[in-house]
Write a protein that binds this ligand. Structure first.
Ligand SMILES: C[S@@+](CC[C@H](N)C(=O)[O-])C[C@H]1O[C@@H](n2cnc3c(N)ncnc32)[C@H](O)[C@@H]1O
Length: 235
């Protein structure tokens, strides 16, 4: 009988599948997701913002049950009419379809109907400040000490403002640290030093903003000179 606390795929196998899927997640960030989800397996992880399944594959490979939430909007940024079908194909190719329950709706609509236990939340949905703050409300299903991971926490103005507001003014999340711009929080009352630690990430956020501006200005050689390779925004 398979051990439900063991990963379905070890990290290397999971990453071999996930890296073939377009999306925004580095290998180091994927490793953090796999480890954090594995720590609560076979408990449930809620993923807000799944796109083509890059992060979903890594989460599901850990052995956790994954509730993937994405309305798959047909918008300028993420939209293509076949995004949901491509998402399902990628999960099937990784052999993980039966580990993922897909909710094709907004995070808020799903949350308002939600009544099942959750052990970890991964936030990578709509990147404006209000949506991100709303997504963080999923943490009310978690217990003290459980993990909340937020992608683009220090590389997207909306997400960064939401994280600053939540951690500086809120009393629910303690900042642990980051892998690139993937921030890790645990549910618990933040101390003054937890709050200061978030503020200390602001130079890293400023650096990422500079690279984003340079890329918008088509100044890739200058961005490269300053340390950012590739054409994608830093994350
Ligand atoms: C940055 S992408 C997610 C990337 C994905 N996690 C990956 O690893 O590639 C953001 C996703 O959030 C989804 N999204 C937009 N509005 C949303 C909402 N209100 N609730 C949940 N997801 C939303 C978009 O459709 C898009 O697929």
């Amino acid at each position: 009988m398979p051990d439900p606390t063991q990963p379905v795929l070890d990290f290397e196998a999971a990453w071999r599948s996930a890296r073939e899927v377009d999306g925004w997640l580095t290998e180091e960030q994927a490793r953090v997701l796999h480890q954090a989800a594995g720590a609560v397996a076979p408990g449930r992880v809620v993923e807000i913002g799944s796109h083509l399944g890059r992060s979903t594959i890594v989460l599901a490979a850990s052995g956790a049950a994954v509730a993937a939430v994405d309305p798959f909007p047909d918008d300028w940024r993420y939209g293509r009419p076949d995004t949901e079908q491509r998402f399902r194909r990628h999960l099937a190719a990784a052999g993980l379809s039966d580990r993922v329950e897909l909710h094709v709706a907004t995070s808020r609509a799903v949350r308002e109907q939600w009544d099942a236990p959750v052990r970890m939340v991964y936030v990578d949905g709509k990147h404006d400040v209000w949506s991100c703050l709303d997504d963080l409300r999923w943490s009310r299903f978690l217990r003290e000490g459980d993990t909340v991971l937020v992608h683009d926490a220090f590389s997207s103005l909306g997400v960064t403002l939401a994280v600053l507001r939540d951690t500086l003014l809120g009393r629910r999340h303690r900042y642990v640290g980051r892998t690139g711009s993937l921030a890790r929080f645990v549910v618990g009352t933040p101390s003054a030093s937890d709050r200061v630690r978030v503020l200390r990430e602001l130079p890293w956020f400023a650096r990422n903003l500079v690279f984003k501006v340079l890329l918008r200005l088509h100044a890739r050689p200058l961005a490269r000179l300053l340390g950012h390779t590739g054409s994608a925004d830093p994350y």
